[in-house]
Design a protein around this ligand. Structure first.
Ligand SMILES: Nc1ncnc2c1ncn2[C@@H]1O[C@H](COP(=O)(O)OP(=O)(O)O)[C@@H](O)[C@H]1O
Ligand SMILES: [Mg+2]
Length: 308
């Protein structure tokens, strides 16, 4: 009772969701009645589930209004994990400004709104970051490295053209210095369940010098133990998110991606609280930890529902 869970994906994404098989088994092992479902399947009565857990609904990137509308509908009839306000805030990398405002070290970011002049915006950014030999131009709302590009400082025309293309699509854009520590050390992605550190991976640099953009495949990842300073920054980012969103309990799951800046200190590249890939195959006991955290959350949720 109170343990019926939908693990949400979509048709195309399920086969690249390497977490799903391990998570499904782990959920069953702790007595959760878990079922894999696509958010785009119109035939599902979501109210039959005690909770709906976002896992790999990655087709949302091309279907954002539909996805948000679906999240709203689900939230009306059952519990969405993570909750809708968290998902909404986290979809847009403007959250980096909120984190910075709370004192969390983040990758320096210039935000360019649609309608801005791309050349002027770029020159302002370059003047403010005169130590940046290369820059990154990426959409504020995006995933899977799509439309993320790296340019040398001297390739102003190419950078302005990419910026203009994204702005013309009506999108907000972020410009950052390219942090070249990633070429040597990769990024560190730290995974947390119920506010507790579970494991981390190393992800190699995805933006190649020749302009190729790699996808974050399994081959790009390897197990890595997060260092003390990385864990401190990741915990600060999660605390700041929880405070900003006025959450009363720790986030059921979250991922914090860090890259080291020029001074060697870790900076937040991304905070993933919606539908992060959790690299469960790289730390197999992590599936059991996540399943236990889900089970506790399901119990709490059904207790609250009954007492209403
Ligand atoms: N400022 C940066 N410096 C170095 N590499 C970056 C930077 N921004 C993005 N990247 C690279 O591009 C990848 C995708 O960018 P990211 O900000 O994680 O967006 P998303 O994963 O949402 O598409 C990162 O994993 C990293 O390899
Ligand atoms: Mg990323």
């Amino acid at each position: 009772m109170g343990n019926h869970l939908a693990l949400v994906t979509d048709r195309a994404s399920l086969e690249i969701d390497y977490d799903m098989p391990l998570l499904l088994d782990a959920c069953k092992a702790v007595g959760i009645r878990a079922e894999i479902r696509s958010w785009q399947d119109p035939g599902i009565a979501w109210d039959r589930f005690d909770a709906v857990l976002l896992r790999s609904p990655w087709s949302y990137v091309e279907n954002l209004p539909q996805f948000l509308e679906w999240c709203e509908r689900v939230s009306d009839v059952t519990s969405l994990f993570n909750p809708l306000p968290v998902v909404r805030w986290n979809l847009d990398k403007h959250y980096l400004a909120d984190l910075a405002g709370a004192g969390v070290p983040v990758v320096p970011s210039g935000f360019v709104p649609p309608g801005a002049d791309p050349v002027a915006a770029l020159r302002t950014f370059l003047a403010e970051h005169d130590g940046a030999a290369e820059i990154v131009v990426k959409p504020a709302i995006g995933a899977y490295s799509r439309d993320v590009q790296r340019f040398s400082r001297s390739a102003e025309d190419g950078a302005a053209a990419h910026l203009r293309k994204l702005l013309d699509q009506g999108r907000h854009v972020i410009v950052q210095p390219y942090l070249d520590s990633i070429d040597r050390d990769g990024e560190t992605d730290l995974i947390y369940f119920d506010g507790v550190y579970s494991h981390a991976i190393r992800k190699r640099a995805l933006l190649l010098p020749d302009g190729t953009v790699d996808e974050p495949t399994q081959e790009a990842r390897a197990a890595r133990a997060a260092t003390e300073d990385e864990r401190a920054v990741a915990a600060a980012a999660l605390d700041a998110a929880a405070a900003h969103l006025k959450l009363r309990e720790p986030l059921l799951y979250g991922r914090v991606d860090l890259v080291r800046g020029a001074d060697g200190n870790p900076l937040v590249l991304e905070l993933e609280l919606g539908e992060p890939s959790l690299s469960i195959p790289f730390a197999e006991s992590s599936a059991a930890r996540f399943a236990r955290a889900i089970s506790v959350r399901l119990e709490e949720t059904s207790r609250k529902r009954k007492s209403r």
